[in-house]
Design a protein around this ligand. Structure first.
Ligand SMILES: C[S@@+](CC[C@H](N)C(=O)[O-])C[C@H]1O[C@@H](n2cnc3c(N)ncnc32)[C@H](O)[C@@H]1O
Length: 403
C-alpha cells in the first residue's frame, strides 16, 4: 500500500514537473504565461509535499506568517531592510529604528526570513528581497494593516460564533462575526469611521492593488455605452460609496471623451477625507455626502457605478440600495454598473473564495456567483444586460438596466 502511494506521488510529481517545464518555456517567450507557470508550480509543490507537511504549513506557518508580517510593519522592518540601498543589517540595527528590544526583533526577522519576507544573508543579518521591497511601500503595507486589523479578531472568533448560531449563514450586517469578535454594536463601517487610520489603510491599499489588475474600463465598452448618446442635461456618472474618488479620477484619465458630470457620493467622514486629499479641488469631480440607503438625489444619470459596494451587504440591504437607484433611473438611458467579483459556479478562484470569507468576517456579507447576481438583480425588478470579466480571480463588471 505504502509502495503504491509512493508510486502515485512520484507519478504526480513527474507530471507536475513536466508541466512546470512546459509552462516555464512558454513563459520565456510570452510573459503573459506567467500565471500558468505559477499554477503549475503550486501543483508541483502540492504534489511534492506530504499531507503532514501540508498540514503543518497550514496550522503553523500561515497564521505565524500573517501575524509576523503585521508586527514587522509596526517595527518598520521592511522599510529598514530597504534603507541605505538595502545594505545588510543586524537585528540591533533593525531594533534601533523603533526602539524595540533586539531580542524580540530577532524573533520577527528570522521568522520573516524563514517565510521569504526577508533575505537572510548571514547569522542575524538580513537584506531585502523582492517581497520586502514591495512591503516597504506604505501603500502595500496598508493591505497588511487593513486586512489584519479588521479581520483577524473575526476570523479567530468565527468558529465559536458559528457554533453559537448552529452554523447559520451570517446575514445581519449589525449582528455577525465582526460584532461578536469586536464587541461592537453597529456595522463594520461605523467601527471603521471610528478607526480612521485603518480606514485610510483600506483606501490606500485597494487602489494600489487594483493598478495590478485589469481595469473595468478595459472590460466594458465604455465609449459605446457611456459616451455616445450622452445627453448633457443627464450626463452624470455617479460613483456610490466611491471611497476617496480614485475610480472617478481613473475614469477621467482613461476616458477623456466623457465630458459629463463626475459625482462622488460617500459617507460624510469619507467625503471629509477626500476633501482633505484635494479631491474635487479642480471642480472636475463633485463631492456629495449621500447615504445610499436613502433616495438617490441625482435622477436620470448616465451611470450609477458601485465598486466593491454590494459585496459589503447581504441581499436584503443590496435590494434597498438597488431600489433607491432604480427609482432614480431613466429607463432606456440610465444603467447601473457593478464592479464586483463574479464567482465561477465551479472551481472558483482562490482570490474570490478568500474575499468571500473576508466579507463574511467583516460584514456578514458575501461574494456572488453569476447565478446569485441574476437572482438578486431580478428580485429588484432590474435586469442584467451583460457581465464582463477578464482573467481569473479579478473583479468583473455587471451592467444592469431597467427591463
Ligand atoms: C469596500 S468600500 C469601496 C470603496 C470604493 N468604491 C472602491 O472600490 O475603492 C465601500 C465604501 O462604501 C461606503 N459606504 C458604506 N456605507 C455607506 C452608505 N450607507 N452610504 C454611502 N456610502 C457608504 C464606505 O464608506 C466605503 O468607502
Amino acid at each position: 500500500m505504502a509502495d503504491q502511494e509512493t508510486k502515485a506521488q512520484q507519478d504526480r510529481i513527474a507530471k507536475a514537473l513536466s508541466q512546470v517545464a512546459a509552462d516555464g518555456s512558454k513563459f520565456q517567450k510570452d510573459p503573459e504565461a506567467r500565471k500558468e507557470l505559477v499554477a503549475s508550480a503550486r501543483e508541483l509543490l502540492d504534489a511534492a509535499e506530504t499531507p503532514v507537511e501540508s498540514l503543518l504549513w497550514h496550522i503553523w506557518a500561515l497564521p505565524t506568517r500573517t501575524v509576523a508580517a503585521r508586527i514587522a510593519v509596526d517595527l518598520k522592518l521592511f522599510e529598514t531592510a530597504t534603507s541605505n540601498n538595502g545594505s545588510p543589517k543586524t537585528n540591533e540595527q533593525f531594533a534601533a529604528a523603533t526602539g524595540a528590544s533586539p531580542s524580540l526583533v530577532k524573533r520577527i526577522t528570522r521568522t520573516c526570513a524563514s517565510m521569504n519576507m526577508l533575505d537572510e544573508q548571514g547569522p542575524g543579518i538580513y537584506g531585502p528581497n523582492a517581497l520586502t521591497k514591495l512591503l516597504a511601500q506604505p501603500q502595500y503595507a496598508a493591505g497588511i494593516i487593513f486586512c489584519f486589523d479588521t479581520t483577524q479578531n473575526s476570523f479567530a472568533q468565527m468558529p465559536g460564533y458559528l457554533r453559537n448560531t448552529k452554523f447559520q449563514n451570517p446575514e445581519s450586517p449589525v449582528d455577525g462575526p465582526f460584532q461578536f469578535a469586536n464587541k461592537h454594536n453597529g456595522h463594520a463601517f461605523t467601527w471603521l469611521t471610528a478607526h480612521p487610520e485603518v480606514f485610510a489603510a483600506f483606501h490606500g491599499y485597494v487602489h494600489t492593488l487594483r493598478t495590478h489588475r485589469p481595469a473595468w474600463t478595459e472590460m466594458y465598452p465604455v465609449k459605446e455605452r457611456l459616451v455616445e448618446d450622452l445627453k448633457m442635461d443627464a450626463s452624470a456618472f455617479v460613483d456610490l460609496g466611491g471611497g476617496v474618488g480614485q475610480t472617478l479620477q481613473d475614469f477621467n484619465k482613461a476616458v477623456p471623451e466623457y465630458t459629463g458630470r463626475l459625482v462622488l457620493q460617500e459617507l460624510g467622514e469619507v467625503i471629509g477625507a477626500a476633501t482633505a486629499m484635494g479631491v474635487g479641488e479642480d471642480k472636475r469631480i463633485e463631492l456629495q455626502v449621500h447615504d445610499f440607503f436613502t433616495p438617490q438625489p441625482i435622477r436620470g444619470a448616465r451611470a450609477y457605478f458601485m465598486r466593491s459596494v454590494l459585496h459589503d451587504w447581504p441581499d436584503e440591504q443590496c435590494r434597498q440600495i438597488l431600489t433607491h437607484v432604480k427609482d432614480a433611473m431613466e429607463p432606456g438611458y440610465s444603467r447601473i454598473l457593478i464592479s464586483d467579483c463574479v464567482l465561477a459556479d465551479e472551481k472558483a478562484a482562490w482570490q474570490h473564495m478568500a474575499l468571500d470569507f473576508y466579507m463574511m468576517a467583516q460584514a456578514s456579507s458575501q461574494e456572488r456567483t453569476e447565478t446569485e447576481w441574476h437572482v438578486l438583480i431580478e428580485s429588484c425588478g432590474l435586469k442584467i444586460a451583460g457581465i464582463y470579466t477578464k482573467d481569473q480571480g479579478n473583479e468583473g463588471l455587471i451592467e444592469v438596466v431597467i427591463p
